[in-house]
Ligand binder design. Structure first.
Ligand code: SAM
Length: 351
């Protein structure tokens, strides 16, 4: 697992995360509703203090969007109903190699809000491990992160089965097996994630997460995940001899986007959380179309995938960008690809 591109430069995640930010903005009503539920629930939950975490926060302004939404919702609720605001403890989580320096510098903006009292800190670690103490969490938010798997499926890596065969016929033949391996890995990871968080939540605690998914349950031989456009560019580079074919065959994206049905079934089968609301929306719907021009899309994909690509293939990014520009400028290719992609946003309650 690799973090996003560091810093504030031209290729940084901080400056190239508009697509993810658009989805964060669309998550806001669910987060506000979760806060109102938490504030109005009776018994132990009306909070003298509230613990809120963002999992997979990355760096840049997006890192604070979801927790700021929650803080503002608490503020509004307490003013409207004249309640004493709870003290709020914020945890921002990501992998240890994330650009936490940048996150820490931005935390002061949260402290500027006087009410409620907010204390904030970072929690480096994988969300596939325990991160918080038992029974401590009120609200967890996560955007564009939980489609990252803990690892690529071992059944593929151990047996050297290429996930993205260059040969179209072989790729088509193998697709059901590859798909099943990834689906199973996602199921294992997401089930494990829910079990871990279930220990960390208070009863009645809330979780609002959004991940990329796909429209249909079936498979087709064409692209259906956001990162497959990246793999397609790499396959062109392998065919043109720019990257080594063996290297290409041993490349696995540790990501999976489920259908809404699949996600619902995993949550229900695991059983610790009930689904309050699930929304499926097109990746581009309601977002500024300027984010999806070939050039903008390329920069945003680079900010996410460069560390993973460079780690596996070496310094190939300039050639990658040239090939992507050539491919994605072909009429219709990017549009067709984007039309297949969805966000799955789900609001959960800890039983
Ligand atoms: C595309 S970024 C999303 C950042 C931000 N939430 C947003 O919406 O813009 C995905 C983030 O998930 C993080 N991530 C991936 N796997 C993770 C894991 N197992 N534990 C914690 N963070 C992880 C990555 O490091 C990355 O920063």
């Amino acid at each position: 697992m690799e973090p996003m591109n560091w810093g504030e430069g031209d290729t940084s995640y901080a400056n190239n995360s508009g697509i993810q930010n658009a989805e964060q903005n669309r998550m806001k009503p669910m987060i506000e509703a979760a806060i109102i539920d938490l504030c109005t629930s009776t018994g132990t939950l009306f909070p003298r203090n509230m613990v809120i975490a963002d999992l997979g926060c990355s760096s840049g302004t997006n890192a604070l969007v979801l927790v700021s939404t929650a803080i503002e919702a608490i503020h509004s609720y307490c003013i409207q109903f004249q309640r004493q605001p709870p003290e709020v403890c914020i945890f921002l989580n990501d992998l240890p190699d994330n650009d936490f320096n940048m996150v820490i510098k931005s935390l002061v903006t949260l402290r500027k809000i006087n009410e409620p009292i907010v204390v904030a800190s970072v929690t480096p670690g994988s969300f596939y491990e325990r991160l918080f103490t038992s029974g401590s969490l009120h609200l967890v938010c996560s955007s564009s992160s939980l489609h990252w798997l803990s690892k690529a499926p071992e059944v593929l890596t151990r047996n050297h089965i290429p996930a993205y065969n260059i040969d179209e016929h072989a790729r088509h033949e193998m697709l059901p097996m590859i798909h099943e391996a990834y689906a199973q890995q996602f199921k294992n990871d997401f089930t494990h994630f829910l079990k871990l968080r279930a220990k960390e939540f208070l009863s009645g605690g809330r979780m609002v997460i959004s991940i990329t998914g796909r429209h249909s349950d079936g498979m087709d031989s064409k692209l259906f995940h956001i990162w497959e456009s990246i793999v397609q560019i790499l396959s062109v580079m392998a065919l043109e001899g720019v990257i080594d074919k063996d290297k290409y065959d041993s490349f696995y994206m540790p990501m999976y986007g489920p259908s809404s049905k699949e996600l619902r079934e995993i949550i229900q089968e695991e059983g610790s959380f009930s689904i309050k609301e699930m929304v499926v929306r097109g990746l581009t719907s309601g977002a500024d179309s300027a984010l999806f021009t070939p050039k903008m899309y390329m920069c945003q994909m680079r900010a996410v995938f460069e560390p993973l690509i460079v780690k596996h293939f070496g310094e190939v990014m300039e050639e990658f960008m040239r090939t992507a520009e050539r491919q994605w400028s072909l009429d219709g290719i990017l549009r067709d690809h984007l039309a297949r992609l969805t966000w799955l946003c789900v609001s959960l309650t800890k039983s």
